[in-house]
Design a protein around this ligand. Structure first.
Ligand code: FAD
Length: 810
């Protein structure tokens, strides 16, 4: 294929950005199609007031917004600018919101853009119609503001046209033709258009278009209210201007505000969720109706309007001049959907993006198509991130509704899904309930955070603040101590496992992972990495060789499965089986773990007979178990895997044998602290596809002596990243960062925290953080930004506990 023939479906702000990015990379045989007239197509872009800002706990979303802002600021359009740089102002009327704004302000330092906390008086100076008496303060950012979304779409599409792209409006896509598992054409009402690559950028109609190739997109078109007032007397001087005031966000009222000259526009999330069916919207668009302008529902707007009038008394005298319920789409986790169809080669989606993130979303998709991987780490937006059950409406629709309703709420990173819950229970559930387990949800499983039964035996507990105690209990201390001093029983069923088998399995795995696995003897377990072509860390996994032609992989979830499935040879010599749901696993970890295991198996388990990083099939009484001598807690012990039907029996046997050794059931919160003490990274949190193994401190998981594996050539080129992952010890025992907090050296931001926990073994809060190399040396004193405070921290040796591995090898 010389230059691939591309059809981009949808000329909203995302589709136009995709056309621009693809043609910029030389893919100029491109048709950009839309059902509506170009460029006021009637899609969401046509109706967006265009507020664009970057403050986000997600590094990816910030990067997407950054890319949008940079590009929009540089675009030229005959009607005027594509970005009006008025900045943004977020206001706090309560102490809780002020604290949250301090936290958000931290993100500006972490992700390196301009932000400042303001006093109430400074807020009013920047936004004169605010009632300063109500304010406790604000957060002001600059270098962002109002996007003129239709202009930006047109400017990008015209640039693509200048490079050879065809722009076609008034043409409805009716299907996608597929032959031999590949796209061949896009069917339209005016006939087919041959295509090698199709990019679906159909906005809220994405599920309909993706449905043409059998792809499910979990995105809920949702009504969203926007209203513009009659002129505000206090703004009369701005009458002929566009936007001059900063974007205003009053999160606790669920509203955002922009000015349109002397009028004020108010957008509201503060109403019941009104979800719509994409199919019905498609039919409405077919009838020629302005499908995304829905009748305004004034009752839903009464409360937010009143809150806006309270904050801005100047609005008391004005009326609503124009109002509508617009429509845009929400996913279950609020992140976009980017990536290829798993079944049909050549079909891609760039969906569920706000104007704010449109360029980043488009660029990531285009880089993936053209270069094989996005340059931004996009695991949060990868369309393959969902389990099959998460694509069922009974699961994703309630989550998408919650995502809409809670868009402006204060979120703690440990907040669980509230609904639906109880989707999956491990076989140990009844025992866990009996021990007072407090559950979170993990991959749909009900997973214990901690057990109330352990609360009374915690001993001394640290003086944690309210944020750190949001999802915490003294039991977490007791459980850490149990695992370090005696033995803990951890439910590890939530860790997704795959079986790779077949005559070609060993050779194929050898190419997929960064350490040798294919030549190791049966019974070996290897911790290693999945790398991409740039030599960046796609995942960390364990590979256990159970037979010459059979391996069990402990993975990080659906993305690993999708990556491996994508690379499977087409000749059937390797099979991939998802073990999720058919098996269960208990982690038996702690210095007494061997005593407990020995008491209930007739297999020899001393070190000489059952060494570290090996696996054996054994019987625990009458339960057949695959025992892997590995530990995410950093202690002596085993992961014990059996079939789901035997799990309860396994728990009971271990529990009974463990009594004389002080066994305790332990939850995820204790494990999080134990693994940070031991320096174990969590993929997706501590390291991502942004990072090289060396920067993440994972060189030991790579064997460059191995001749051929994905990422090797890139690693040999020796990219040196400017930052390293370091472990910091905080002086303050009351504050536990939750990720995204800035790290400072001499007042300058030099990095950010990824995860942290109070470690009972070291009696200190430890944080993993990306830090400029010059500041990453052991003993360097730094500070962590935390709700506006600077917490003193020192880089410590990593790992802090058991650095020479004596405990795990014992
Ligand atoms: P769209 O703009 O909807 O484009 C999709 C295109 O696909 C449409 O033009 C459609 O005609 C075409 N299409 C669909 N099906 C077919 C087919 N079968 N054949 C041919 N063409 C087809 N975002 C922000 O960042 N900041 C804001 O302040 C903001 N406020 C908003 C306020 C309102 C009231 C609304 C409605 C949205 C707001 N948004 C905001 C969200 C933002 O507008 C959207 O998320 C974004 O515009 C989506 O862009 P898109 O290109 O994916 O979709």
């Amino acid at each position: 294929m010389s230059v691939p023939r591309v059809v981009v479906i949808g000329a909203g702000v995302v589709g136009c950005a995709v056309a621009d990015e693809l043609t910029e990379r030389g893919w100029t045989d491109l048709t950009l199609l839309d059902r509506g007239p170009l460029f006021e197509t009637g899609g969401s872009t046509t109706h967006a007031p265009g507020l664009v800002s970057r403050t986000s706990p997600s590094r990816m979303m910030q990067a997407f917004a950054d890319q949008t802002i940079a590009k929009f600021a540089s675009l030229e359009h005959f009607d005027g600018p594509c970005l009006i740089d008025v900045g943004a102002l977020e206001v706090a009327l309560t102490e809780e919101r002020l604290a949250e704004l301090h936290r958000r302000h931290g993100f500006t330092a972490s992700w390196c853009f301009e932000g400042r906390m303001l006093t109430a008086e400074e807020c009013v100076a920047d936004y004169p119609i605010l009632d300063g008496r109500l304010l406790l303060g604000g957060h002001r950012t600059r270098g962002e503001g109002i996007a003129k979304a239709v202009r930006a779409a047109e400017a990008q599409a015209r640039r693509a046209e200048g490079r050879g792209a065809r722009l076609v409006g008034g043409t409805r896509v009716t299907g996608v033709s597929v032959a031999g598992g590949r796209v061949t054409a896009v069917e339209t009402e005016h006939g087919p258009i041959p295509a090698d690559v199709v990019v679906c950028c159909a906005g809220v109609w994405g599920p309909v278009v993706a449905g043409y190739v059998g792809m499910i997109l979990p995105m809920l078109p949702t009504e969203h209210q926007y209203a513009i007032t009659t002129p505000v007397a206090a703004l009369v001087a701005n009458r002929d201007a566009d936007a001059t005031l900063p974007i205003l966000r009053h999160h606790d009222a669920g509203i955002y505000v922009r000015d349109h000259g002397d009028r004020i526009g108010i957008g509201s999330f503060n109403h019941r969720v009104i979800g719509l069916d994409p199919g019905a919207l498609d039919e409405a668009a077919e009838r020629g109706a302005d499908a995304l302008v829905r009748p305004f529902t004034p009752d839903d707007f009464a409360a937010p309007l009143e809150l806006a009038r309270t904050l801005m008394p100047a609005l008391r005298g004005v009326e609503i001049e124009r109002a509508f319920n617009g429509v845009f789409a929400f996913t279950p986790d609020g992140y976009p959907l980017i990536g290829p169809s798993p079944d049909v080669e050549g079909f891609w989606v760039a969906e569920s993006s706000w104007v704010t993130h449109s360029v980043g979303v488009a660029r990531a998709c285009v880089e993936w198509i053209v270069d094989g991987a996005p340059s931004t780490a996009i695991h949060e937006a990868d369309v393959a991130r969902f389990e099959a059950f998460e694509l069922r409406p009974s699961v994703w629709v309630p989550r998408a509704e919650t995502a809409y309703r809670e868009v402006y709420l204060v979120h703690h990173p440990a907040d669980p899904h509230e609904r639906p819950r109880g989707l999956r229970h491990t076989p140990f559930h009844a025992r866990q309930v009996a021990l007072g387990a407090v559950f979170t949800d993990r991959g749909g499983w009900e997973a214990p955070r901690w057990y109330a039964a352990n609360e009374g035996v915690a001993g001394e507990i640290p003086p944690l603040d309210a944020w750190a105690r949001r999802w915490w209990s003294p039991a977490v201390i007791a459980e850490q101590r149990a695992a370090r001093e005696r033995v803990g029983l951890f439910d590890m069923t939530t860790l997704p496992r795959l079986e790779i088998a077949g005559p070609g399995a060993a050779a194929w795995l050898e190419r997929m992972v960064a350490r040798r696995v294919g030549h190791r003897r049966v019974g070996t377990v290897v911790y290693t990495l999945l790398l991409d072509d740039r030599g960046h860390v796609r995942s960390d996994i364990t590979v256990a060789r159970l037979a010459e032609d059979r391996f069990q992989l402990g993975t990080n979830g659906p993305l690993d499965r999708a990556w491996l499935a994508w690379h499977l040879p087409g000749d059937g010599s390797v099979t991939l089986r998802d073990l999720d749901g058919s098996i269960c696993c208990l982690g038996l970890w702690g210095p007494r773990a061997r005593d407990v295991l020995a008491a209930c198996t007739d297999t020899n388990v001393p070190n000489e007979a059952f060494g570290y990083f090996t696996t054996q099939e054994l019987w625990i009484a009458d339960v057949p178990v695959t025992a892997l001598r590995i530990s995410y807690a950093g202690e002596l012990g085993w992961e014990l895997v059996t079939s789901g039907d035997r799990g309860l029996r396994l728990w009971d046997l271990l529990w009974a044998a463990g009594q004389e050794h002080g066994i305790a059931a332990c939850g995820r919160s204790a494990l999080a602290a134990l693994r940070i003490e031991k320096g174990y990274r969590a993929w997706g949190t501590d390291m991502t596809a942004e990072h090289t193994p060396e920067a993440a401190g994972l060189e030991f998981a790579v064997d460059l002596g191995k001749p051929d594996f994905i990422g090797r050539e890139a690693l040999l080129r020796g990219e040196e990243q400017p930052r390293r992952l370091a472990c910091l010890r905080l002086d303050d025992r009351s504050a536990v960062p939750t990720g995204g907090e800035p790290v400072f050296a001499y007042g300058t931001a030099v990095g950010y925290v990824t995860s942290a926990a109070y470690g009972a073994t070291v009696d200190a809060v430890l944080a993993l953080a990306w830090v400029d190399r010059a500041q990453a040396g052991k003993g360097t004193t730094l500070a962590v930004g935390y709700f506006g405070r600077r917490l003193a921290a020192t880089v410590v040796g990593d790992p802090v506990v058991d650095p020479d591995g004596a405990r795990v090898r014992s």
